[in-house]
Design a protein around this ligand. Sequence first.
Ligand code: GDP
Ligand code: MG
Length: 439
Amino acid sequence: LADRLQNTIQKIRGKGKIGEADVKEMMRDVRLALLEADVNFKVVKEFVKKVSERAVGQEVMKSLTPGQQVIKVVKEELTELMGGEQSKIAVANRPPTVIMMVGLQGAGKTTTTGKLANLLRKKYNRNPMLVAADIYRPAAIKQLETLGKQLSMPVFSLGDQVSPVEIAKQAIAKAKEDHHDYVLIDTAGRLHVDEALMDELTQIKELTKPDEIFLVVDAMTGQDAVNVASSFNDLLGLTGVVLTKLDGDTRGGAALSIRSVTNTPIKFVGLGEKLDALEAFHPERMASRILGMGDVLTLIEKAQANVDEEKAKELEKKMRSASFTLDDFLEQLGQVRNMGPLDDLLKMMPGAGKIKGLDKMKIDEKQITHVEAIIQSMTKAEKEHPETINSSRRKRIAKGSGRTVPEVNRLLKQFDEMKKMMKQMTGMQQKGKKKGGFK
Ligand code: GDP
Ligand code: MG
């Protein structure tokens, strides 16, 4: 679907003004993208209406094509809908600050409790205590205790024979005694929202007067997440939402719906099972993700800011005349580099989100550094006439750059092949028409 969106953009590219029909076509794609990402249909309807109004007749910025301009409006509005960045955590006037973690079974409460405690200590220099108040799920207490051990943080528990309300009460007294400034209560979940659970949570709330009640929601549950969030919010009054399992391949449309239906800010996102896999919620990134198009705009902006147009033209001329030297090559590498870390760039490419294991794949930036070092170890004459680089020169270059002779050989061979290809291409462009071109 992201491809469809791209196609539509392509179609209306180059137009000076965006007509109503163009916007309509794009909005159809946007609507589908949102629905496919599990955004609530009412939210979609309102959203599309708003964007259409803004997009029709928008003057097109010089540097962007109309299609991208519309996408920009879409992104801005999506970002706005999800609220600004809201990763702040309350601080109680009188410590400890109490945070209650609630949510359905398997949503990630216990894991997120550990992650949040980790974040509180690392980022805010706090001294949290964890409370095991899920006495129903087998091994739930043990799970939290294991996390506590990994973090070297105390976990308060009274086993599974004492009521959660009593556990919470005693935990807070203990936290005061031991001078903990944060108390994170990991509560029980159910497969569905039910009365008994809500009663228990309400009692814990009345008793502990939490400063924050965070609902932990599994991003993969899609539409259902909205109903869950509504129920919890109606009964408990949430102060924030943590959206977990965004490391999976869900689009995360739930984020948008939750925010607009419950008006509760999404504060954090969970991006993995490890204890450091919790991040502040970035509405802008989420907007791109929901649209399924990567950070296309950021990518374009970055490329425009970093690639010097004059230089690019010059390079092109050189390529055509085949007087492209290793120095030019070096410069080109530099420009690619200026755009930022390669794996960041890759992640921003449309469709890249779908490539499995991309985050685990490290693009070898060292490789570029090596190539740069090798070229920099050549003399000016060598760079302009690489064919003069004999074996003793290769040895010297290898030594000077701290690389090996085979690496130098490989680079020279690659460069040679690149030049040949350029010659062929320019040759084809010039003679192509007469000779019938490509073979
Ligand atoms: P609880 O029942 O709500 O306490 O859920 P748990 O904390 O026990 O988590 C249920 C499962 O989801 C566990 O296997 C967790 O490791 C996993 N999990 C939690 N958060 C994330 C996340 O952000 N990403 C991924 N991939 N897994 C998660
Ligand atoms: Mg749990």
